[in-house]
Unconditional design. Structure first.
Length: 221
């Protein structure tokens, strides 16, 4: 299962160590940066799922960093949580105006930060699924023909067709479960049936069959 990636940006090493330890124990992959410019460069190499961003840093501060990353199309959907000692109302407003989704004042309580991260990631995945469903709906007539052909050729059930669609789009079992309201175990059971019907043994091979039929290509159009 793919780990969610959290980027922590703070110029105080002790803060980085505290949060990194808590996040890694919770199962996250952690990236760190000591300043805004380094954070932007790191994000361009590996896109995080969420960013924890200090407001006060030398050079490019957190607010300017957030504005810059939100201006880039690749990062506009990445949730940013500010973590800062700036507790005045005007600073909180400034954080949200810069593109932040949450604002946490120091000293940091790791357990609260973990709860906020989990909530924001759930929301982000739901929004992403809605965007993809909307894009899929735009190609519904052509997709309906593709779906019918797959069902007829491989004798797939409706649920198996839905699972295969999201596999072709590159989704993990956890992602598919959240989109379809299924447990990862149930998704895996459907995948086992799909493999048998398609005559394949791996997820990659199943996705390749679907893509050859046009499923994944239409979904991403």
């Amino acid at each position: 299962m793919r780990q969610d990636i959290v980027l922590i940006v703070d110029d105080v090493p002790d803060n980085l160590a505290l949060l990194s330890s808590a996040l890694e124990q919770a199962g996250y992959m952690v990236l760190v940066a000591l300043d805004g410019q380094s954070a932007l460069e790191r994000m361009r190499r590996l896109k995080p799922d969420i960013v924890l961003l200090d407001g006060m840093m030398p050079g490019l501060d957190g607010f300017a960093t957030c504005r810059q990353l939100k201006a880039e199309a690749a990062f506009e959907d990445v949730p940013v949580v500010f973590m800062t000692a700036l507790a005045d109302s005007e600073d909180v407003v400034r954080g949200f105006a810069s593109g932040g989704i949450d604002y946490v004042t120091k000293p940091i309580q790791p357990e609260q930060v973990l709860a906020r991260i989990a909530a924001h990631l759930r929301t982000a995945r739901t929004l992403q699924a809605a965007r993809e469903a909307s894009a899929h709906a735009a190609t519904a007539p052509a997709q309906a023909d593709i779906d019918a052909a797959l069902v007829e050729r491989f004798q797939l059930t409706g649920r198996e067709l839905e699972v295969l669609h999201w596999v072709a789009c590159g989704k993990t079992n956890r992602d598919i479960g959240e989109i379809l309201g299924l447990s990862p175990r149930t998704v895996n059971k459907h995948l086992e049936h799909i493999y048998v019907k398609l005559g394949v043994e791996t997820r990659t091979a199943a996705a390749a069959v679907a893509n050859r039929q046009g499923m994944g290509l239409k979904a991403e159009a």
